[in-house]
Design a protein around this ligand. Structure first.
Ligand SMILES: *Cc1c(COP(=O)(O)O)cnc(C)c1O
Length: 581
């Protein structure tokens, strides 16, 4: 991975604003009035912060894109003093047994170049907690974090628990004070999910406490706050009780009017943060076209909430092999802003199967250097032969993503792998405490262990992280993405695969559904049984394409034409700027 810093930034942000025809932004945003981005999770290990999934990857990519374009953006996020790592290993002393544990590892912010600035205080549970404010500057952007030794880990404790509320209150009230400490006033506040609600509340409270009329302050805060939703179903959200707010939230408010306003939002002594986030943010976005359309949220008056779609994008240089990115630039497919060129479709037509294969062969070598330090489920280090095909499935090991789907009929899977001299790598961490998914993973590993062919060709890589995510996208030929249709908000893993000239086999869901279902190898069906049949035929089709230049060229070009504008993180930043200003 990179060292957390990009070297090839646009020199002058005015150049970027001119390229997207938004010259007025030079006035709207400045170093002291930056775009502020609030997130409980940031997935940016190069800068010391490990996340859990897509929400954190999105936050990190948003900052990276802003840095490349020289846009003043500040990410406010906790620095977790320790992080979790998954250890998984199969033993054979007495039959099959699976050793699986999660280890906590301490992380020192100074080792990642963060500087201590000062402390801020928040009220918690009838005491006062002192938070360290730390900062790291990265070009036009910075990461400002609050932390303390007892802060805990990302997503530790149940959602709805005191500890989660503490972390969220610390980020919101502590982070808002931290901004002021740095002499910054937010031009706008983007709330990456509702765990960041308290930052907007802190702003409202400050405005009222400093003399602004309450209603004016509400209007002002609403106008400058964007709530980005990643969740489809409001009912699935945890609630907090009035009693918890009395201990953690109200003591941090100076304005009685704000306290009264917030108290009135409780229903039967309970509150969902989404309901108040909707009240405090006039701008609301979902993370793909489909998600914005189907997210089922209501405000406190019972009215359905409308979300604007800003489909996630990825920071292309972070996730794309260097030589592939250079190839895109050389062929005139993308410009120096990593946006598709005006005639990118014509440029994509110049792509040759031979080039794809050469680029992927070097990607395979890059993957193998990563695999040389990342053990599989037996503690062995893989080397996928250059002449073998590679399928991969990499994402959080959660129910709706259905990582077991290709193993439903082991004989069909074995047949595809053997016929095509193919390997299959899957990677993904089980969420701590998710026993059901741990059982499913164990069953899969046992199935693989029990069969010589599967054992030779299917591999699990524990402790999935950015390094594996990137390497697998670069070094694989075919990626599998099979969320239950309607449950993926966007997903970005598949974008990394397309950016790296892989073939996508996917259900039509999340951001994939931004383009039509004939843009890639679509898995469909009226029920799961039908989907599984289609999945196997799509896997075979994808494998054959790698042996047929005409098909390969056609499929890769079709994917790129449909998704390049979607994938581009710069396009995403442009969309957010359009929504906000
Ligand atoms: C890209 C990436 C993700 C995003 O996952 P989706 O399920 O596609 O949203 C999550 N984790 C890691 C480590 C990644 O690199």
């Amino acid at each position: 991975m990179n060292d957390g810093h990009s070297e090839d930034n646009i020199d002058d942000v005015a150049e970027f604003y001119a390229a997207i025809d938004r010259q007025h932004l030079t006035k709207a945003l400045s170093k002291t009035r930056p775009y502020t981005y609030w997130t409980i999770e940031l997935y940016d290990k190069a800068n010391g912060i490990r996340g859990g999934g897509g929400l954190g990857v999105l936050a990190a990519d948003t900052r990276r894109v802003a840095e490349r374009m020289n846009v003043p953006l500040v990410v406010v996020t906790p620095f977790y003093p320790s992080e979790q790592h998954q250890f998984t290993k199969i033993h054979h002393e007495n039959g099959f047994s699976l050793e699986n544990h999660t280890d906590s590892i301490a992380v020192d912010y100074a080792a990642y170049g963060f500087k201590f600035l000062n402390t801020v205080m928040i009220h918690c549970n009838s005491g006062i907690v002192s938070l360290d404010v730390i900062e790291k500057k990265l070009g036009s952007t910075r990461i400002i974090s609050v932390t303390e030794p007892g802060f805990g880990e990302l997503y530790s404790g149940e959602s709805g628990s005191d500890h989660r509320l503490y972390q969220e209150v610390a980020l919101g009230f502590g982070g808002y004070q931290a901004l002021k400490l740095c002499g910054l006033k937010p031009s706008i506040m983007q709330l990456n999910e509702v765990a960041t609600f308290f930052s907007a509340l802190a702003r409202l409270d400050e405005l009222v406490a400093s003399g602004m009329d309450f209603y004016e302050a509400v209007v002002y805060t609403r106008k400058h706050t964007l709530y980005t939703n990643h969740t489809l179903v409001q009912a699935a959200e945890a609630t907090f009780s009035y009693e918890q707010f009395e201990r953690y939230v109200f003591p941090n408010l100076s304005s009685p009017a704000v306290k009264k306003w917030l108290s009135d939002k409780f229903e039967n002594g309970k509150l969902m943060l989404s309901s108040v986030t909707i009240e405090i943010a006039e701008l609301r976005s979902g993370v793909s076209k489909l998600h914005a359309r189907v997210a089922n949220y209501h405000d406190l008056a019972g009215k359905k909430v409308k979300f604007k779609a800003v489909t996630n994008g990825i920071d292309m240089p972070t996730w794309t092999a260097r030589n592939i990115l250079a190839y895109f630039e050389r062929q005139g497919i993308i410009d120096k802003f990593y946006l598709p060129t005006e005639d990118y479709k014509t440029a994509i037509d110049t792509v040759k199967a031979e080039d794809i294969k050469t680029l992927k062969a070097s990607g395979r070598r890059e993957l193998n250097t990563v695999l040389a330090r990342r053990p599989d489920q037996y503690g062995n280090f893989l080397n996928i032969p250059e002449d073998a095909l590679l399928f991969e499935f990499k994402r959080r090991f959660v129910d709706y993503k259905r990582p077991w789907l290709p193993f439903t009929h082991p004989e069909a899977m074995k047949d595809i792998l053997e016929r095509n001299n193919a390997h299959y790598i899957f990677a993904g961490r089980v969420h701590e405490g998710d026993n059901r998914m741990m059982e499913r993973l164990t069953a899969l590993l046992k199935l693989i262990d029990s069969d010589e062919i599967l054992k030779a060709r299917v591999h699990y890589l524990p402790d999935y992280d950015e390094e594996l995510g990137r390497a697998l996208s670069i070094g694989s030929n075919i990626s599998i993405n099979t969320p239950i249709v309607g449950l993926e908000a966007c997903g970005t893993s598949w974008m990394k695969d397309i950016a790296n000239l892989g073939l996508l086999v996917s259900t039509h869901d999340g951001g994939v559904a931004d383009a039509s279902s004939d843009s890639y190898l679509c898995v469909y069906g009226d029920n799961e049984t039908e989907e599984i049949d289609v999945l196997y035929s799509r896997m075979s089709e994808a494998a054959s394409a790698w042996n047929n230049d005409t098909s390969l060229e056609y499929l890769i070009k079709t994917e790129l034409k449909a998704y390049l504008p979607v994938i581009s993180g710069t396009r995403m930043l442009k969309d957010y700027l359009d929504l906000l200003f």
